[in-house]
Design a protein around this ligand. Structure first.
Ligand code: TYC
Length: 100
């Protein structure tokens, strides 16, 4: 084995290398404007406009959709940002977390 080669860990007794991930979900409703949902996806989830429109329409038609997948504290922050923005603007948009 070369000096830089990585060995496989001998057992599962060590902590996983990656943190558990959580999906941030957007839920559909009849009142939140489509443009607002697209803006939220671009601002808080760093989506392009085309991707934001795609996700918004997915939620609009299926009832729920994934805005992004993150470690817990980042996902929680994004949920709080979306809820605060929706409340500020008086929209009923719902946003929640679920383990991936
Ligand atoms: N259904 C909303 C409308 O017709 C649009 C919408 C999309 C609302 C996604 C919420 O998470 C949502 N204005």
């Amino acid at each position: 084995m070369s000096a830089t080669a990585t060995k496989t860990r001998p057992s599962s007794k060590v902590a996983p290398r990656t943190p558990p991930l959580y999906k941030v979900l957007l839920l559909n409703d009849d009142y939140t404007p489509m443009d607002f949902v697209v803006e939220v996806l671009m601002r808080y989830f760093r989506k392009s406009q085309a991707e934001a429109v795609r996700i918004m329409l997915q939620v609009h038609h299926a009832g729920v959709g994934v805005a992004g997948v993150y470690p817990f504290e980042i996902a929680e922050t994004k949920v709080n940002q979306v809820r605060a923005a929706a409340q500020r603007e008086g929209h009923p948009l719902q946003c929640t977390l679920e383990p991936e």
